[in-house]
Ligand binder design. Sequence first.
Ligand code: GAP
Length: 508
Amino acid sequence: MSEERFMDKIIEVCLRRGFVSPTAEIYGGAGGFYDYGPLGTLMRQKIIDLWRQSFVLDEDNIFEIAGSTMLPESVFKASGHLDSFDDPLIQCEKCKSMFKADDTIKRITGTSAEGLSLDELDKIIAENKIECPSCKGPLSKARDFNLMFKTEIGSTGGIKGYLRPETAQNIFINFKRLANFMRNKLPFGIAQMGSAFRNEISPRNFLIRGREFEQMEIEMFYDPAKENEHPRFQEVADIEINIVTREMQEKGWEKLLKITAEKAVDDGIIPNQYLAYYLAMETLLLKEFGIPEDDFWFRHMQDHEAPHYSAGNFDLEANLSIGHMEIIGNALRTDYDLQKHAKATNSAFEIVSPDGKKIVPHVCEPSLGVGRIFYTVLEKCYREDERGWSWFQFPPPIAPLEVAVFPLMKKDGLAELAQEIHNELKDAGYLSYYDESGKIGKRYARADEIGIPYCVTVDYDSLKEFSITIRDRDTMKQIKLPIEDLEIALGELMDEEAGFEEFTTGEK
Ligand code: GAP
């Protein structure tokens, strides 16, 4: 199976079964924009909810905001995005197609060219005789292309505005009000989930590089003198994380460094507890999403690869069929943004500590891409086996639908009873799906294909002895249970308190 075809298989299921499709598809699409369909919307929401629960709601000192996606130019002048949020663009002199220079070099030579200067990129292109990937025509010299979408605000067009390229800036520009809300007590965090926009030169690889995408970000503000006093660090100290250090990259790494969060800080591998806390939290979250722990790691980005605002990045990369991809950015933004906005507005962005010290907080920023996580889940949960149809092994907490209810036949009152059970499951809060059409085997296959963990079948025994059959998606095993025990059993299975095996062996 070729690598390109693997992504195509996922896309095919996404289109056919209502996960994701291109925006304005009937008009030929608009490169880099996607719509989540009915199942995609359910699963995307579960991904967001799990992040929100563990990264925001479970914390006492983190609150979430919902800021505007359109911001005036002054914000991006100050933040540096107007000057520095560029990608290197090359254009074919023959067919006029445009490409991102560093991506083109990586695809052809296999080596990263991220963050290199325009001259360095031109040199590599010339040395490797790289031609237009579409028509083999000659390529122009690289030039900077600003990724922000620009517009004019108001009918007279007096004010220039930009769609935000990251959610973070709303948080920095609201810092004073937010700090007051948090009673000016460090550390505190402000989270935001929402759309970001980048006019990517060549959007590609489905949800991996879009022009509109969602981020789940936290700006965690802390006193730099207390960077190793994260209040909850001990709770994650023993979590093992996968790291690729700069030294490992220089030597050409093959094996991951597996190290606990605490040891990584003690050994100076991760700069401070705030960053290590989030690397551990992300490790736990991705495992909850069904992404195997050996399939992702945190790479210490080289200086020239880190964004203009960052004093160091440990980005989470995943091993996907299209290569190693950044899924989450983790940046130490220091006081960069607060100082820039303070200077531009001629004011002080600081916190006064209880002993009267003025502190400009430093910022640790975990920035998770919803679309990239969503795609990674699809790829890592996709299965093909002897059952003869493809299926998704989504962990029950993120499965878009949780249970399907089928009457064996439509007649003899089976459909009515199945419908009643389905309604009761919905009342109890389950995302239940009712299906009475086609052969039962077909219905199991349809449910597997979209990753429904459990199917409940109502048959003639249901009428006689009030029992139903539960079928487990992963093992295809079935058990019979009294109807009255169904809700409790499903609850235990969905919360992963009990495995299906325990029911089949009679332990339950
Ligand atoms: N506020 C920090 C920031 O925006 P970033 O590394 O540029 O950092 C963070 O982006 C995350 O946003 C990425 O790790 C990725 O998951 C997601 N992301 C960035 N550009 C994207 C794009 N064009 N399409 C889809 N997701 C993207």
